[in-house]
Ligand binder design. Structure first.
Ligand code: HEC
Ligand code: HEC
Length: 387
């Protein structure tokens, strides 16, 4: 009798021992532990920072010094975050707990399955209002010197404060945001793991740092175009290659603004795209810089993963890549309404591209897709609010 009970006890202890051993590397008491390894393409330094490693770092011809030949170096990248900060940022990015009504996460509008955009011409915010603009991709955003269509944010940290507290996006307040996070058991511990040197780790500045850290890991530089640039002459098919040649020709002039390897020269340009039916002119960068000559000017967007992020332009006016490309050949200023004065950029010309040249440009832009470093999409987030 006693021996039987002892054996049952011993078995139970052994079972519990193995269960704990089995689960312990994967989960803390809260069920969430932060990754201590860097995402792919980052190397972990001895002081626990993730440093970007990429073939473009071997090239020294700088963007801005030429027109973006194949071996042009990349601009500066925001790296140097710890693996834990990147991983906390990943959980926050997908967690609707960041929004006022706990219903909308960053990923709702920057959906990984849609090139980190949302597939809509204009985004819909937490209270159902239509945003005046379209959600841009977040791939490679850590290379950008200025953010948003009108270039009004200088850093990812500054940018993140926008959606969190904007009525048109996540409609939260700083007090409500901290109250929401404090209600989730796991977050205080996760913030301490990610920011071990902060006395008070769960604060707004660390939320934006973690979101920035996560976004800095969204690297897309392994497309067929990149393999071609690094020397694999078969990486582009004949149609794509023809498209590349049109793209960088002085007739089409695409690469003057969409300069490789990021496919943006990071400047603001007035090109005169049409507004949606019935919408007033979006003055864009004029408001940011207080400069009349920038009326209707927008930041030149990257074309990386562009085939995944339809519809196109600041207000999603064009449904397909072919339509967006056709815009450039319909004549300088053709979409600017009468009586409207825009100072169009001198590279917007009358290239008279043929239908087959337009098709080849679209083929080429399709060669800029690469999602090989897609981050792991969490099945559940610390708040349990993912649905
Ligand atoms: C309601 C939809 C929505 C939500 C939610 C949202 N965004 Fe955005 N995001 C947008 C739109 C629309 C823009 C463009 C706004 C503009 O240019 O004025 C944008 C722009 C950006 C940009 C600038 C990219 C570039 O290339 O200039 C970044 C970075 C960004 N969002 C990150 C985030 C983060 C981080 C969150 C969560 C804290 C978030 N967004 C939540 C819709 C959204
Ligand atoms: C003078 C600079 C300039 C030139 C030249 C130029 N672009 Fe653009 N491109 C822009 C700007 C600025 C935008 C954003 C405009 C807007 O949203 O209204 C843009 C937007 C785009 C978009 C939509 C991107 C998105 O995320 O929605 C595509 C596609 C595009 N350009 C392709 C091309 C092609 C193809 C060519 C050559 C035929 C070209 N561009 C030439 C500046 C330029």
């Amino acid at each position: 009798m006693m021996a039987g009970a002892n054996r049952a006890n011993a078995l139970r202890t052994r079972f519990l021992f193995w269960l704990v051993l089995l689960l312990s590397p994967y989960s803390s008491a809260s069920g969430f532990d932060l990754n201590d390894q860097c995402p792919p393409s980052f190397a972990l330094s001895s002081d626990n920072q993730c440093q970007l490693r990429n073939l473009y770092q071997l090239y020294d011809s700088l963007q801005g010094q030429g027109l973006g030949g194949l071996k042009t170096a990349l601009p500066h990248h925001r790296d140097g975050f710890s693996p834990q900060q990147i991983d906390l940022g990943r959980l926050l990015f997908f967690d609707p707990v960041l929004s006022g009504n706990k219903d909308l996460s960053c990923a709702n509008c920057h959906n990984p399955a849609k090139g980190f955009s949302d597939g809509m011409a204009r985004s819909v915010g937490a209270s159902g209002q239509l945003h005046p603009r379209s959600a841009p991709t977040l791939w490679n955003s850590a290379f950008l010197k200025s953010l948003l269509w009108d270039a009004r944010a200088d850093s990812l940290e500054q940018q993140a404060l926008g959606p969190l507290f904007s009525e048109l996006e996540m409609a939260n307040t700083p007090e409500q945001l901290m109250a929401n996070l404090n209600q989730v058991d796991a977050y205080p511990e996760l913030f301490t793991q990610a920011f071990p040197n902060s006395e008070d780790a769960m604060v707004i500045a660390n939320i934006t740092t973690a979101l920035t850290a996560f976004q800095s890991s969204l690297i897309s530089l392994n497309s067929p175009y990149d393999r071609y640039a690094h020397g694999d002459s078969k990486a582009l098919n004949p149609e794509q290659l023809e498209g590349l040649n049109v793209f960088r020709s002085f007739v089409a002039r695409c690469s003057q603004c969409h300069t490789p390897p990021l496919f943006t020269n990071q400047q603001v340009a007035v090109i005169g795209t049409p507004e949606p039916e019935g919408m007033p002119r979006d003055i864009g960068a004029q408001a940011t810089f207080g400069a009349e000559r920038l009326r209707g000017g927008f930041k030149v967007p990257t074309l990386r993963n562009i085939a995944l992020t339809a519809p196109y332009m600041h207000s999603g006016r064009f449904a397909t890549l072919r339509e967006a490309t056709e815009f450039y050949t319909k004549g300088r200023g053709h979409a600017v309404p009468e009586g409207e004065e825009l100072l169009l950029h001198w590279h917007i010309s009358e290239p008279n591209l043929t239908p087959s040249e337009l098709d080849r440009l679209v083929d080429f832009m399709g060669a800029l897709s690469d999602e090989s470093f897609m981050p792991e999409i969490p099945q559940q987030v610390p708040s349990g609010l993912l649905h």
